[in-house]
Design a protein around this ligand. Sequence first.
Ligand SMILES: C[S@@+](CC[C@H](N)C(=O)[O-])C[C@H]1O[C@@H](n2cnc3c(N)ncnc32)[C@H](O)[C@@H]1O
Length: 267
Amino acid sequence: MVRAEPTRSEPLADRASPFAGRVRRNFARGAALYEREARLQRAVAWRLARHCRDLAIPAGPCADLGAGTGLLAGAIERLRPELRLLRVDNCPPLLAQGAPDSACLPWDLNGGLPPQLGGAALLGSSFALQWLEQPERQLEHWGGQLRPGGWLALAVPTAASFSQWRAAAAAAAVPFTGLALPEAEPIERAAARHLEIRVCRRLRFSRPAPSALGFLGQIKAIGAQASRSPRLRPAELRRLEAAWPNVTGNRLEWEVLLLLGRRPGAA
Ligand SMILES: C[S@@+](CC[C@H](N)C(=O)[O-])C[C@H]1O[C@@H](n2cnc3c(N)ncnc32)[C@H](O)[C@@H]1O
């Protein structure tokens, strides 16, 4: 990892909200296993990257926002060898798992984009926007920072995900403790404030999830378990586990919003 010059001097932890700090610590603990376990994220990163293969991207800074180990940046660079994407993320241990010669910037995106991405030519982000405090506001800010002719390539899981988990929680009379994911429509509207939308699709992915504990363990393995809800007590977990197979059919579904937009104007 080649660290880009940080433009603020205070440590990340001092600025982070308590929730953002928890998100960062969890991802740090899961960093070593992330690349091996994050199969859905890898598949979505490649799908988004393929949408970028033939775009006319102007000259200018390119970045993967909430890059983690750089799955999206790496996929885009494989398909567009002339591009180099800055990996921006507030979890240095995840950045450190990425390609050794890639440029990285530890940065909390809750505070907006780093100054070196003003006038960006390509801003990509996959499976990261949902972790920010104000996803719509940040997305609108990203769109506004693109140069004319610049592109936003976004994938984000939406609130329509995990209906089976919600149903199992309801059947077990326990709270749903997953992360509150953003609704697709406000995200689409926020993107459209600065951009001409070229692709806007809500994709559904389904994965085997034979047990509640197994599924929660998988999320934890990649450090993605932070939620604003209190954790279930052991008796509640047992009830969820008992309701899970009948209600979920042993599968869970994600809805992922895939969006490509261009900042109007001549490149
Ligand atoms: C599920 S991972 C996705 C990583 C990568 N984009 C991928 O598709 O594999 C979510 C990423 O968002 C990052 N993230 C969460 N909150 C962030 C914040 N406030 N600022 C910067 N990055 C953040 C995490 O550190 C983590 O790398």
